[in-house]
Design a protein around this ligand. Structure first.
Ligand code: FES
Length: 192
């Protein structure tokens, strides 16, 4: 539950602070509820600032989870594709962390991988900037391409990956990525 609260707080933080950067939004009622809940969570958990880089490192792969929207509802692929309007959008994913789901290529609804939204510099949440087609960190300006590969520092690494699968009922499930990073052939730093 603490993970959920933390994830919600992070989502609410980004939504409130970086609202102009968002390319898609949930319905106003959900957003308002998330913002209100997130404000409480922020106050209780004291997580508005950047997390230390060491906090990003996980050793044991998290269990697969069905992604949740800002109202804690399971994300269904068709609904997500319609609401996101062809742009990356945030969900709650592994360990309750915020992940970007990505629109599919060549007519597909969804890419088969997702990106953890935490910047690899100091843990601020990167935003999708549809104008430049990059993820941009609002804290110190790091940039990542549309696959989360780092383009500009001070971020030292690319955004963490997760596999995306569909359940039998077309819900979006995230699964830990423990294999080689397909973007540069490196070992996955987030699984170290
Ligand atoms: S936390 Fe993202 S650039 Fe510093």
């Amino acid at each position: 539950m603490a993970m959920r609260a933390r994830g919600l707080a992070l989502l609410a933080f980004v939504t409130m602070v970086c609202r102009p950067c968002f390319v898609s939004e949930l319905p106003r009622r959900s957003l308002a509820a998330a913002a209100a809940a997130g404000s409480v969570a922020l106050a209780l958990l004291k997580v508005p600032g950047p997390a230390p880089a060491s906090a990003l490192v996980t050793k044991k792969p998290p269990k697969p989870v069905v992604a949740q929207d800002k109202s804690f509802q399971p994300v269904e692929v068709a609904s997500w594709a319609q609401a996101s309007k062809g742009q990356p959008d945030l969900v709650l994913g592994l360990r309750g962390d915020p992940y970007f789901l990505l629109p599919g290529k060549d007519g597909g609804a969804l890419r088969n991988f997702a990106l953890r939204a935490e910047c690899t510099h100091l843990g601020c949440l990167a935003n999708w900037n549809r104008v430049v087609n990059k993820f941009v960190c609002p804290c110190h300006g790091s940039e990542y391409d549309d696959q989360g590969k780092v383009l500009k520092g001070p971020a030292p690494q690319s955004l963490a990956l997760a596999h995306v699968e569909l359940t039998e009922t077309q819900k979006v499930r995230l699964v830990a990525w423990t294999e080689e990073d397909f973007r540069d052939g490196s070992e996955p730093w987030w699984a170290a």
